[in-house]
Design a protein around this ligand. Structure first.
Ligand code: BEZ
Length: 390
């Protein structure tokens, strides 16, 4: 009797495993997704929007990707590079996650990329633009659903030059994101004949802007280019206006300056021009559907961070479907994601060889509570991916 039952069970299992490859090899097992995002600090709202976007795509697929139910494990990375290696190791070694999704801050993302590269864990970066992640640190198992810091900066350099500005002061946080955004801006602005006359900075996440604003007023440039995001961007835009500079020296920025921040910035942001791979007024059927679904699910309007989270989940689904849920097939996973046309709310994009989005960078203007598209600053812009060997 006992033997018969055992045989029947074994037969059933054999039938199941024989049937599985036709559909999804690991359909019965959950996939553990490690979300390493900021839940506190100046980038907390950005982390929430990314998670919301990611979960929205999973929910639209019935809570499963490639037939595998998705289980989330979350870590608050506090946007602190000093804690990043420990945090990512906890996810991999203690929680045994199958995939890593993170993060917002470039310094934290570089630590994640190092560990992902060493362990072979699939990593999808849903924001942090650190050029190195898809440059010298690029790897078969590392992908980005967002941008490189160079991209919006480079697009804006051309815009500012075409406006006829010759002398520009830059101001940004002193870490990879600020430095690289300014470098991208400077590259195209100076190629077009302009000069960056002063590069001002302050440590992340410091928001004591007063002395630097006084220096800008004394320098009297034709314009200012800036990189700030989240809570820091809110304060910078308000302080710039309060110092009386908004009326006399035009302010331009990478679009993070005004994305997800407009409620708090109010009239001080009105009219600002920024460059980014998303805008609130694209009006395409794809974007309209996304915005409607997001607003319904979260009672909030989406922003660029929500889009990047949504697209990170799309990229994971595409890779997983190609390997029928079997994440040990890394090369097949990578090939599928790399050749995919990702149907993003921002517009369809694909990945470069180094796994960074090749995408349109929009020129946007703040009108009321929206970043309205007023043109395409750079069409199909690919990051130069200096130093990537794949
Ligand atoms: C970064 O650290 O790469 C980053 C943070 C916020 C917005 C954009 C980029």
């Amino acid at each position: 009797m006992k033997t018969t039952r055992l045989l029947a069970t074994a037969f059933g299992a054999a039938l199941l495993s024989a049937a599985a490859p036709a559909a999804f090899a690991q359909a019965g097992t959950k996939i553990k997704v490690g979300l390493m995002l900021p839940a506190t600090g100046t980038f907390a709202a950005l982390g929430t929007a990314i998670e919301n976007g990611f979960r929205l795509h999973v929910a639209e697929n019935g809570g499963k990707l490639a037939g595998r139910e998705v289980e989330f494990v979350r870590v608050d990375d506090e946007s602190d590079p000093a804690k990043a290696t420990d945090n990512v190791n906890k996810l991999i070694k203690r929680d045994n996650v199958d995939v890593l999704i993170g993060t917002v801050h470039s310094g934290v993302a570089m630590a994640m990329a190092r560990v992902a590269k060493d362990t072979g864990t699939i990593l999808i970066v849903p924001n942090a633009g650190a050029d190195a992640v898809t440059g010298p640190m690029c790897a078969l198992n590392i992908f980005r659903s967002s941008f490189s810091n160079w991209q919006p900066g480079y697009a804006m350099g051309d815009v500012v030059a075409k406006k006829g500005h010759k002398k520009v002061v830059t101001i940004a946080w002193k870490y990879a994101a600020g430095d690289e955004s300014v470098r991208g801006f400077k590259e195209s602005f100076e190629k077009a004949g302009g000069t960056v006359v002063k590069e001002l900075s302050l440590p992340f996440p410091n928001v004591e802007f007063q002395a630097l604003l006084t220096e800008i007023a004394a320098t009297k440039p034709d314009a200012v280019y800036t990189f700030f995001a989240g809570g820091g961007a809110v304060k910078f835009v308000k302080d710039y206006a309060a110092a009386g500079l908004k009326k006399s020296i035009p302010l331009y920025g990478a679009g993070f300056l005004t994305d997800g921040t407009l409620e708090a910035q109010g009239a001080d942001a009105e009219g600002l021009l920024t460059t980014l791979h998303y805008a609130d007024s694209l009006g395409t059927p794809r974007d309209n559907a996304f915005r409607l679904a997001y607003a319904k699910a979260y009672k909030l309007q989406p922003d660029v961070y929500a889009v990047q989270g949504f697209d990170a989940a799309q990229m994971l689904r595409i890779g997983l479907e190609a390997v029928k849920g079997d994440l040990s097939k890394k090369a097949e996973f990578a090939a599928a994601v790399q050749k995919a046309k990702i149907d993003s709310p921002r517009g369809t994009f694909s990945l470069s060889k180094s796994h960074n989005p090749v995408q349109d960078i929009y020129l946007r203007q703040v009108v009321g509570k929206e970043n309205k598209i007023i043109g395409v600053a750079s069409k199909g812009l690919a990051d130069p991916a200096r130093g990537c060997r794949l």
